[in-house]
Design a protein around this ligand. Structure first.
Ligand SMILES: C[S@@+](CC[C@H](N)C(=O)[O-])C[C@H]1O[C@@H](n2cnc3c(N)ncnc32)[C@H](O)[C@@H]1O
Length: 415
C-alpha cells in the first residue's frame, strides 16, 4: 500500500506539472527569490489557482509528515528578525543593485554589526529576505527589494512589529485578567497601557495611519483576503438603483471603492472614527459615489441603508461588544435591510485545506492576543444576532470561491 509521504509527493508532482504547463502556455515567469523575480505567481484561471493550492497543501502536509510529531512541537519561528528589519529600515539601506558590507550597513542603520548579521542571516533562510552571495556582503532578494520599494509592504511590516509582542503577552493577559475586555490583552500588556487597540490608535494619528495602510498589505501575500472576492461573492449588483451601502469601520475606503467601482448604481458611505475619516478625506480618497462620515459604531447609526457592511470589524470585539454594536443599528433598520459581516468563519477542525485553516487559525489567535476576541462559527453568529435582536431572523453564511473570508448575512425582519 502506498504510504502517506508517497501519496503526498505524487500530488505535489502532478499539481506542479499542471501549473508549470499553464505557465509555459501563457509565457509566465515562475517567481523565485532573486531580486529581479516577480514577487507573486500570476494565476490566470481557476485551474491554475487550484493546482497551486493543491501543491501548497500537499507540500505542507508532506513537510509535517517528514518532520514528525516531535519536531512539529518545536517553534522554530521568531518574528524579531522581521521587527528589527522594519524598525531600523534595513531594506532601505541596501542598494537596489549591488551589495553593501555588514559594516557599512550597520553604520547606515544603527544596528550593531553582530546583531545585524544574526537578524539578516535569519531573514535569509526564514523569510527569503536579502542574500549573502559573497561572505560579509548583503544584497537584495525579491522580498527585501519589495520592502525597500513599496510603502504598503513597509506599512504591513510596521504593523507586524506593532503587534508581534501581543502574542508573547497573550498568556499573561489570560493569567492576569478573568474576562474578555478589549483593554486587558496581550496588546495592552506589551504596550504597557490600559487602553485597547483602537483607543490607543485614537490618540496616536501616525500609528493609526500606519494601521490603515498595513491592513491593505494582507491582500498581497494572502490573495484569499482580497476585497475583490467580497465584491464578486455578494450580490451588490442586484441592489436597486441608488441603494445605500454603509461600510462601517471602512478605514480609508479601500473596500468601499472596490464596491463602488464594480457597482456604480449604489451609493457607498464609508464610516470610521473621526481621525481616520479626516486622514482619508485629506488624502483625497473620496470619489463620485463614495462619501466619508465620522461615526462611532458604539453610538446609534444615523444612516438608513439597504446594506450595512462590517468587514473585519466584529472579529475585533468580544461578544458583549458585538451585541452592543449590532443593537446600534436597530433604530434605522427597515424591513429587508441586510447586515453583512465579512470575516473568516471559525471552521470545524480539519474541514478546510491545511493552508486555508492555518490563515484562519492565525487570525483567530491574533484576535485573542490583540483584542481578547475571536472568530465565530455559524451557530455562534446566529446566537449573537439573536441576542442583539430576534428580528434579525435566520442568518445565511457562505464563502466565495477562493476566499478565506466568509459572508454572514442577516436580513432584518422587523418593520
Ligand atoms: C481591522 S480594521 C478593518 C478595516 C476595513 N473594514 C477593512 O476591511 O480593511 C478595523 C477598523 O475599525 C475601525 N474602528 C475601530 N473602532 C471603531 C469605532 N468605535 N467606531 C468606528 N470605527 C471603528 C478602525 O479605525 C479600523 O479602520
Amino acid at each position: 500500500m502506498e504510504s502517506d509521504i508517497v501519496r503526498l509527493a505524487s500530488i505535489v508532482s502532478s499539481s506542479t506539472a499542471t501549473l508549470d504547463r499553464a505557465m509555459q502556455e501563457h509565457g509566465l515567469r515562475m517567481p523565485s527569490f532573486d531580486a529581479e523575480s516577480p514577487v507573486q505567481l500570476t494565476l490566470l484561471s481557476e485551474d491554475m489557482a487550484t493546482a497551486r493550492d493543491t501543491a501548497i497543501n500537499a507540500c505542507m502536509e508532506l513537510l509535517d509528515h517528514l518532520k514528525g510529531p516531535l519536531t512539529c512541537l518545536l517553534p522554530l519561528y521568531n518574528g524579531s528578525s522581521l521587527q528589527v528589519i522594519s524598525r531600523y529600515s534595513i531594506a532601505s539601506h541596501v542598494p537596489l543593485s549591488g551589495e553593501i558590507s555588514y559594516h557599512d550597513l550597520s553604520t547606515a542603520c544603527g544596528v550593531h554589526v553582530h546583531d545585524l548579521k544574526q537578524v539578516v542571516r535569519y531573514a535569509i533562510v526564514f523569510h527569503r529576505l536579502f542574500a549573502e552571495q559573497r561572505k560579509g556582503y548583503v544584497s537584495h532578494s525579491a522580498g527585501s527589494r519589495l520592502i525597500a520599494q513599496d510603502p504598503i509592504v513597509r506599512a504591513g511590516m510596521e504593523q507586524f512589529d506593532e503587534f508581534y509582542g501581543s502574542c508573547a503577552r497573550a498568556v499573561d493577559s489570560m493569567d492576569q485578567f478573568q474576562g474578555h475586555e478589549p483593554n486587558e490583552t496581550g496588546f495592552s500588556l506589551s504596550h504597557n497601557t490600559s487602553e485597547g487597540l483602537f483607543e490607543y490608535l485614537r490618540s496616536r494619528p501616525l500609528k493609526a495611519k500606519q494601521f490603515a495602510e498595513g491592513i491593505k498589505f494582507y491582500k498581497g501575500p494572502i490573495p484569499a483576503y482580497s476585497p475583490d472576492l467580497l465584491v464578486q461573492g455578494y450580490p451588490f449588483h442586484s441592489l436597486p438603483e441608488g441603494a445605500v451601502v454603509v461600510d462601517m469601520g471602512g478605514s480609508d475606503g479601500h473596500v468601499g471603492r472596490t464596491i463602488a467601482q464594480a457597482n456604480p448604481h449604489v451609493q457607498v458611505i464609508v464610516q470610521d472614527l473621526p481621525g481616520v475619516v479626516e486622514e482619508a478625506e485629506a488624502a483625497g480618497k473620496a470619489r463620485p459615489g463614495i462619501q466619508f462620515q465620522a461615526h462611532d459604531i458604539f453610538t446609534p447609526q444615523p444612516v438608513v441603508a439597504e446594506v450595512y457592511l462590517l468587514r473585519w470589524i466584529l472579529q475585533d470585539w468580544p461578544d458583549d461588544y458585538v451585541v452592543r454594536i449590532l443593537r446600534q443599528l436597530v433604530s434605522v433598520l427597515r424591513k429587508g435591510a441586510r447586515v453583512v459581516v465579512n470575516e473568516s468563519l471559525c471552521p470545524d477542525s480539519g474541514s478546510l485545506p491545511l493552508a486555508t485553516e492555518r490563515y484562519i487559525r492565525h487570525m483567530d489567535l491574533m484576535m485573542y492576543a490583540i483584542n481578547k476576541s475571536r472568530l465565530r462559527d455559524e451557530e455562534e453568529w446566529q446566537q449573537l444576532f439573536h441576542e442583539a435582536d430576534a428580528r434579525f431572523g435566520t442568518i445565511r453564511c457562505w464563502t466565495p470561491p477562493g476566499s478565506a473570508l466568509a459572508i454572514i448575512e442577516a436580513v432584518w425582519e422587523g418593520e
